[in-house]
Every structure is written in C-alpha cells, then in structure tokens.
Design a binder for this molecule. Structure first.
Ligand code: ARG
Length: 454
C-alpha cells in the first residue's frame, strides 16, 4: 500500500506482528457500513461521481454478502480489516475502489468501526441485563413470603425474605443497565472526518455521515476524534462491575447449593457431576462466572495501561484496544447468557431456609426492640437479651422455647405477647421502613423494578 516511500518490503515476521486482521475481522460489517456512509457523503458533496459511487456500493454490497455467506474469506496476510476490504473492493471495481479513501484515514476509520461495533454489542448487554433482572424479579415475586436468615459477616443476623435478598441484585442490575446506557449516550458521536488527525481540506459533511450512521453528533475535535478510547474504558468498567455483581451472586448460589446450606437446588441442566465421586452435583456455571470475572477486570486494566502513556494522536499501541474490549464484552454476554436460564430454573428450598432462620437467634434484635418499646433504653435491653441468648445457648434451646417465667426473671416487662413479637413472621412483617424486608416494602420494590424495565 505504501510501496512508494520504501526501498524494500517488510519482513514476514514484522507483517505478522503488525497484523490485526485475526481479531478486527469481527468488525467487517461496521467497516462496510461506515464506508457506505462515507461514499454517500462524498457523492453528496460532489467528490465522487455517481458512476464511482454506484460501483463502490455494488462492490461493498457484494463483499458484505460474500463475507456473510462465507464465499469470501479473510486474507490472513492483510494488515487489518480496513486494508483487506479496500483491497478487495479495488480488485472488484478498479479505480472507483481507490477513490473511496479520499478524505479519510484508517485512524478515523478504525475509530468509527469500533464505536459502531461496541455500540451494538453494548446494546446487547443491556438487553441481556434486562432479561436477567426480569428472571430474578420473577423468583422474587414467588418468594415474597419465603423467610430466610439474612447474614452479616456470613453469620446469621436478622430474618429477611428471599424476595428481599433477590431484589438487592435487581437493584444492582438496574444500576448496571444505566451505567452502560450512560456510556452509550456519551460515545454516540461520529469520529469520521477527523481523518489522520487534523481534518481535511475537502468540503466534507461530517454531520451527514453521523446522521446516516445513527450518531447524535460528531466528535468536535479531530485530534480527540482519533485518540479517544474513553468509551472502551467506560464500557469495560461498566462490564467489570456487572461481573462483580454476577460473581457475588455466583458465590451465594454456590454456597446455597452446598449441603451446608441447601437453600436452593440448581437444575440438573446447569450443573455437572464428578468423574470420580458419584454423589457430586457441582455449580460449575456459577463457578465459571466467578472465575471469568478476573479476566474482565484484566481487560479494563489492559486498556487503561495501554492508553496512559500515549502522546496524541493515533499510536499503533491503540490496536491493542480491540482484543481487550472484545474479550470483555463477549465474556459479559456469555456470563449473562448462562445466568438467565440458571436463575429461571433454580428452585428455592423454602423449608430449609426457614429452618435455618429458626436457628441462630436472628430474632434477638426484635426481642431487644420489644423491651425498648416498653421504655427500656436500647443498650440496657441489648444487654438483657444478650444474657438471655447466652442462657439459651447453654440449654440448647431457641428464644421461643424459653419459658415466660425465665424471661420474667430477667425483666418483669416480658409478657405472653413476646412470643408472637419474636416469631419470624412478625420480625419480617413488622419491618415497616421504606426499603425494608417488610411485605409492603417488598411489593413497592417489585413495582419499582418492573417500572424501570417496562
Ligand atoms: N489496525 C489498526 C488499529 O487497529 C488500524 C489503524 C491503523 N492506522 C495507522 N495509522 N497505522 O489500530
């Protein structure tokens, strides 16, 4: 392509090292879409003749359908997808193909292609997140009255409903959706027309191209237009946080599936056995999601590090953006894709959750509140209840198994109604604060999540 300037050809090993076609071929549709918009603009401002334009459109359309059908395969010796398509076009339509690159550089071309590609893929992430949130919400709706122990420090803490626990994940996923949408809104400007870095002397119409490709506007500075990969970092960072949430959820599903908890049963179709231990049923899908989180974090860090020392404008280092951001988005899509049916088919084991909630004195706060409502200062009530718990542990009984006489030995304010006050149903039902595990609050949360998804 640049033979004029050079006295000898590059070494094969250098070409191979330099080449990106093995991974940027993923963007062939966007490259052709961008070229079609560029050609239409060149025609509209009189840079291309109608005949050349028609030849280019025919040529590019043919290449697109041949690549789609597999009739044309990528030339692994091409430097990148842009060079490959331009060379193929020129092979097919001659000089018109050579005119396509007027008022364009690969620098703004690759910036455009990557934006188009990531816009689509990130849109798919949003769609998957919505589907997952709905799947979690459905489980929540079916478990508004399913009582389980809520934990802090992985110690049983206070009774909550399974719905309340699941809705916490819905809130995370809703934020994840808006984070990706925010990045999408910011990145939706066209870099095409920045050219190599300085713009061009041709009377191009950048807004025409932007509108044609569904952008909200154009990058306002040509140097920034070809240097900016902020949107990759923003998306990778949103994806990293999605993985954090999926990984925490995975960890809980793995724990809940163990014999120690047995709070849920995963469908056989989303678990695996062991090659040696016949009794095993492993939560491999959840473990893999947890495991893949690391590489998505790595992709973010790779891109940040790649960018940090780069002088403006384009540097070849930036070719490294693609493998990272592609890996990041593909991993997130795969993980969301497996999570949705895994959640849809997961069976909550309500009796086990309830039995676990019965143990661990998780109604102790409510017992202290009982005394506090009768005028005992909370700290004093806390101490009395602490001693009662200690006595129960010694006897091997739960709070509701202790007799009223024994309660009254510790405070005359205890009366028969304490037993209903500390029942798990009351502990949950009486939580009236906004956002709490109480039934009204949970219904409000369900409506809130539904409202955000519709
Ligand atoms: N394959 C290159 C990349 O992905 C395309 C841009 C090349 N531009 C250049 N001036 N070498 O970054």
């Amino acid at each position: 392509m640049w033979a004029g300037r050079f006295s000898k050809a590059s070494e094969k090993i250098a070409d191979d090292f330099n080449s990106s076609i093995s991974f940027d071929q993923k963007m062939y549709r966007q490259d052709i879409q961008g070229s079609l918009a560029h050609a239409a603009m060149l025609l509209s401002v009189g840079i291309l003749t109608k005949a050349d334009y028609t030849a280019i459109v025919d040529g590019l359309s043919g290449i697109l359908s041949d690549l789609d059908s597999g009739a044309l395969s990528f030339d692994e010796n091409a430097e990148d997808i842009h060079m490959f398509i331009e060379a193929e076009l020129t092979k097919r339509v001659g000089d018109a193909g050579k005119r396509l690159h007027t008022a364009r550089s690969r620098n703004d071309q690759v910036a455009l292609d990557l934006r188009l590609y990531m816009r689509e893929e990130a849109g798919e992430v949003v769609a998957l997140l919505k589907k997952l949130t709905l799947a979690v919400l459905k489980q929540a709706k079916e478990n508004v009255h399913t009582i389980m122990p809520g934990y802090t420090h992985l110690q049983r803490a206070q009774p909550i409903t399974f719905a309340q626990h699941l809705l916490a994940y819905c809130m995370m996923f809703l934020r994840d959706i808006t984070r990706v949408q925010d990045a999408l809104a910011r990145m939706n400007v066209s870099p095409l027309g920045s050219c190599a870095l300085a713009g061009t002397t041709y009377p191009i119409d950048r807004d025409f191209v932007a509108e044609n490709l569904g952008f909200d506007g154009v990058c306002m500075n040509s140097v920034d237009g070809v240097s900016d990969r902020d949107y990759c970092v923003e998306l990778e960072s949103a994806f990293a946080l999605i993985m954090t949430h999926l990984s925490r959820f995975s960890e809980e599903i793995i724990l809940w599936s163990s014999w120690e908890f047995k709070f849920v049963e995963l469908d056989d179709a989303y678990t695996t056995g062991s090659s040696i231990m016949p009794q095993k049923k492993n939560s491999d899908m959840a473990e893999l999601v947890r495991g893949k989180t690391g590489r998505v974090y790595g992709d973010l860090l790779a891109t940040l590090t790649m960018l940090k020392g780069l002088p403006l404008a384009y540097n070849k280092d930036m070719q490294e953006d693609k493998e990272a951001v592609f890996d990041s988005v593909e991993t997130v899509q795969k993980c969301l894709g497996i999570f949705i049916p895994m959640i849809e088919t997961m069976t909550p084991l309500k009796e086990n959750m309830y039995a676990a909630a019965k143990k661990g004195f998780i109604n102790a706060t409510d017992l202290a509140d009982y005394l506090t409502k009768k005028g005992v200062p909370f700290r004093s009530a806390y101490k009395i209840v602490g001693e009662i718990v200690g006595a129960c542990i010694q006897k091997g009984i739960t709070l509701d198994e202790m007799s009223l006489e024994e309660y009254r030995e510790r405070s005359p304010l205890f009366e028969e109604d304490l037993y209903t006050e500390i029942s798990l149903e009351t502990c949950v039902g009486k939580r009236i604060s906004k956002g709490s595990t109480g039934y009204k609050s949970v219904e409000e949360q369900i409506a809130f999540v539904e409202g955000k998804l519709l």
